[in-house]
Ligand binder design. Structure first.
Ligand SMILES: Cc1cc2nc3c(=O)[nH]c(=O)nc-3n(C[C@H](O)[C@H](O)[C@H](O)COP(=O)(O)OP(=O)(O)OC[C@H]3O[C@@H](n4cnc5c(N)ncnc54)[C@H](O)[C@@H]3O)c2cc1C
Length: 509
């Protein structure tokens, strides 16, 4: 792998130096915010492209976003452009989707989820007329949770246990100690609707039966700010943020694998790359997985809170099996986002999260970005990815032998449901398995969303954005507070504005 410097440093740059390890959305957003606050920023990324889970696979004329495709709370992106004196809309086009997505239940019935309350009520009335009033009441509750859980608390650092005590009454009032599924079941009776209103924690690696009811906020978050797709793919947001960093005089170094964080007298003072190159810095921000940061990057014994035994005991999120494929025909009846539910819900989630066994059945998410943007595939073709939540590697599955068998099963299911004749039309294909999460992205146990979002690993209990015990070390990204998903990791970077001193606090060289 090469180590290109994408933006050579001006030799006379005397700003205090901030190193960001990793170029996921959390790392890129952190780099922008730090550069705006006076730091000279260097982002170090081990892979040969930026984006982390949101990197892009290009092959045979197709463009595949590797990971995130659903952009919610777009104002969190807009803010980053605004901070640099620019307008996001001049650089990246976010297309609002309507409907947001289609759910296809195992009995063949469907529910289109819409941002328009009247359309949504009519859609629900078609499958569960008795639940329309309950749906309205649930959405009022989701709005309340969103107002407190996202708007008021989403950007609070939770660096002290007092922060936690302060929100405890709200948490209890909003049933935060209960699961999302429990919350939803209080409002609606139809099992399909219970799935439709409770599956959202899966977007951030959580099990709807154990993730806190606080994640019930996502339903309202989507209605309030919409569901968007970046024209050209999510990769456009990644390259847009890299441009912002470089425009601020920062650097994004690819193929730069950080081997360790240097800690001197309890303070982070720089990093050493796998190549042996040492880079000093006033502050270090790690966007690598938290369990990797504390387990592998910091010198042993320097973090008292996140010791190896605690990391070993932690609960890790599920992993994902993702199959990217292109077809030489189009499937115009298939919307941009489809969730294909299998015959089991709770038991399948139990297999994935608790028993950690690869089940014979599955629920799938099918992405067809060419429904919105035909530039992502050659003319007359469709680009797809299909994603299946699977156990993380603690389950012991041997993906080297299982991957192709599993792909064939998924292919047969898609052919029987949404994509007739599929196998005769595939012209390009690639797979991503839990092993790739572990080996390419340094994700312990191949967890696709880092630490599982359960109450005992949330807010104050989640790794803090300012390291609990190493001065000048900060953390952003999915495994830190507030959690995974684009709004979560962008918010983790926003919290740095509260906990990192302005660059002027450091004497210039
Ligand atoms: C398939 C998939 C689909 C998803 N869909 C959605 C969606 O539709 N909407 C949504 O909101 N969220 C979605 N998510 C979740 C979301 O993508 C992630 O939570 C988020 O992108 C993670 O960002 P991050 O900041 O934690 O960094 P990551 O993307 O995890 O990036 C971390 C980076 O650090 C680098 N790194 C690690 N160790 C080192 C080292 N030692 N030296 C240098 N670099 C290092 C890695 O190579 C990587 O590039 C999806 C996730 C996946 C996997």
């Amino acid at each position: 792998m090469t180590a290109p410097v994408r933006h050579p440093l001006p030799v006379d740059d005397r700003r205090p130096h901030a190193i960001v390890i990793g170029s996921g959305f959390g790392g890129l957003a952190a780099a922008i915010r730090l550069s705006v606050r006076g730091y000279r920023v260097t982002v170090l990324e081990k892979l040969d492209q930026a984006g982390g889970r949101a990197r892009v696979f290009r092959q045979d004329g197709f463009t595949f976003d590797a990971g995130p495709t659903i952009v919610t709370a777009p104002f969190l992106f807009d803010e980053l452009w605004t901070l640099c004196g620019k307008r996001r809309a001049d650089h990246v086009d976010l297309v609002p989707l309507e409907p947001f997505y289609r759910l296809r239940f195992n009995d063949g019935s469907t529910l289109d989820c819409s941002g328009d309350p009247d359309v949504m009520r009519a859609n629900i009335a078609r499958i569960a007329p008795g639940d329309v009033a309950g749906y309205d009441r649930f959405m009022r509750q989701s709005e309340e949770i969103c107002r407190i859980g996202f708007e008021q608390l989403g950007h609070v650092p939770f660096g002290s246990v007092l922060d936690m005590l302060r929100v405890a009454p709200d948490l209890i009032r909003l049933s935060g100690h209960r699961s999302v599924h429990h919350l939803v079941s209080r409002y609606v009776k139809d099992e399909r609707l219970r799935i439709a209103l409770s599956f959202h924690p899966l977007f951030v690696g959580g099990n709807p039966f154990t993730a806190s009811a606080i994640y019930g906020l996502i339903a309202f978050l989507e209605r309030r700010w919409g569901v968007h797709f970046a024209r050209g793919g999510t990769g456009r947001l990644v390259s847009g943020l890299v441009d912002l960093i470089e425009g601020q005089g920062g650097t994004v170094r690819l193929g730069a694998d950080v081997a360790r964080i240097v800690v001197t007298d309890g303070r982070a003072t720089g990093v050493v790359l796998a190549s042996g190159e040492a880079l000093p810095a006033e502050i270090v921000v790690s966007n690598a997985d938290v369990a990797w940061t504390y387990g592998r990057l910091v010198p042993e014994g320097t973090s008292r809170r996140w010791r190896p035994a605690k990391l070993a005991r932690a609960a890790y999120s599920m992993s994902l099996f993702v199959w990217y494929f292109g077809t030489d025909r189009q499937y115009p009846a298939v919307p941009h986002h489809t969730i294909l539910l299998g015959p089991r819900y709770r038991d399948l989630l139990d297999d994935i999260f608790r028993r950690k066994v690869l089940a014979d059945d599955f629920s799938l998410y099918l992405h067809r970005p060419t429904a919105t943007d035909d530039g992502l595939a050659p003319a007359g073709h469709d680009a797809f990815y299909v994603l299946s939540p699977v156990p993380n590697l603690l389950g012991g599955e041997d993906w080297a032998t299982m991957a192709e068998t599993y792909r064939r099963r998924v292919e047969a299911h898609l052919e029987a449901t949404l994509l007739p004749g599929l196998r005769d039309h595939i012209v390009t294909s690639r797979l991503l398995t839990p092993v790739d999460f572990r080996d390419e992205l340094n994700a312990p146990h191949g967890a696709a969303f880092s630490l599982e979002p359960v109450l005992t690993q949330s807010a104050w209990f989640r790794p803090h954005n300012r390291s609990e015990d190493i001065a000048h070390l900060y953390l952003v990204g999915a495994g830190t507070h507030p959690g995974a998903g684009l709004p979560g990791v962008l918010s983790s970077a926003k919290i740095l504005d509260e906990v990192v001193p302005h660059a002027s606090a450091f004497a210039t060289r």
